[in-house]
Design a protein around this ligand. Structure first.
Ligand SMILES: Nc1nc2c(ncn2[C@@H]2O[C@H](COP(=O)(O)OP(=O)(O)OP(=O)(O)O)[C@@H](O)[C@H]2O)c(=O)[nH]1
Length: 242
């Protein structure tokens, strides 16, 4: 596992006209919630651009990343997909919470128990000293399963308001279902917009310490494209371009 230290390395000489390569800021975003709510699918969807054909319970943590461009700055969004099952979390949990820039809480709109677990996940963040300055968002996933909804938007919104989080309802499976009012309200790719909204929020905050030379990215996307595709959830922090 990569250790996210604050090391900055500039390979090569700094003499003469050799300039260090541009540094890329990294936004570490942890994705937490009960087992089976779709954390792996959401993170895969954002980083690989598709719904995974097959998933297995995450053991410990997986992380996926994607290089994006926001206002001409290349930023690496690193999504930490954490295990929902307690027995797969224990050994890793303290690593999740180190140098976290944002938290995405996920519940399954077809599983009320996963929604009722949210206070426990919030408490876990608190126990790991995650400050209130760390942006948090709430994502209700699987809203393509319209006939099985157990958590209403109203109830979820009340919870989000109490905890000062924006709420997004989406589907990792079918994030661009224009016929489905709950799934992104006609956005072309709601999952994309959710994570880009977080990245925008982070970029607008004070500079982050983590950085590294540009390399090994999974490909660059143009923010204007993604934002033109919709960019809004049911709530946001009021990012002007979202
Ligand atoms: N219909 C539907 N199924 C989904 C969606 N997202 C995930 N699933 C399914 O839900 C199951 C669990 O998804 P995962 O992404 O593995 O869940 P997880 O939260 O990562 O689970 P853990 O790794 O155990 O914590 C899989 O069978 C997925 O195919 C969605 O948006 N819609």
């Amino acid at each position: 596992m990569a250790e996210l230290g604050a090391t900055v390395e500039f390979p090569g000489s700094l003499t003469g006209s050799t300039l260090p390569p541009p540094r890329t800021r990294i936004f570490k975003i942890i994705v937490i919630g009960d087992s089976g709510v779709g954390k792996t699918c959401l993170t895969y969807r954002f980083c690989a651009g598709k719904f995974p054909e097959k998933t297995e319970a995450t053991i410990g943590v997986d992380f996926r990343e994607r290089l994006v461009e926001i206002e001409s700055e290349k930023i690496k969004i690193q999504l930490w997909d954490t295990a929902g099952q307690e027995r797969f979390r224990k050994s890793m949990v303290q690593h999740y919470y180190r140098n976290v820039h944002a938290v995405v809480f996920v519940y399954d709109v077809t599983n009320a128990a996963s929604f009722h677990s949210l206070p426990a996940w919030i408490e876990e963040c608190k126990q790991h000293a995650l400050g209130t300055e760390v942006p948090r968002i709430l994502v209700g996933n699987k809203c393509d399963l319209q006939d099985s909804i157990q958590v209403s938007t109203d109830v979820a919104q009340q919870f989000a308001d109490v905890h000062s989080m924006p709420l997004f309802e989406t589907s990792a499976k079918n994030p661009n279902n224009n016929d489905n009012e709950r799934c992104g309200r006609g956005n072309n790719d709601h999952v994309e917009a959710i994570f880009m909204t977080v990245a925008h929020k982070l970029k607008s905050q004070k500079p982050l310490v983590l950085s590294q030379p540009l390399e090994g990215s999974r490909g660059t996307i143009n923010l204007s494209r993604s934002m033109n595709n919709g960019g809004g959830g049911t709530r946001s922090w009021g990012c002007s371009s979202c």
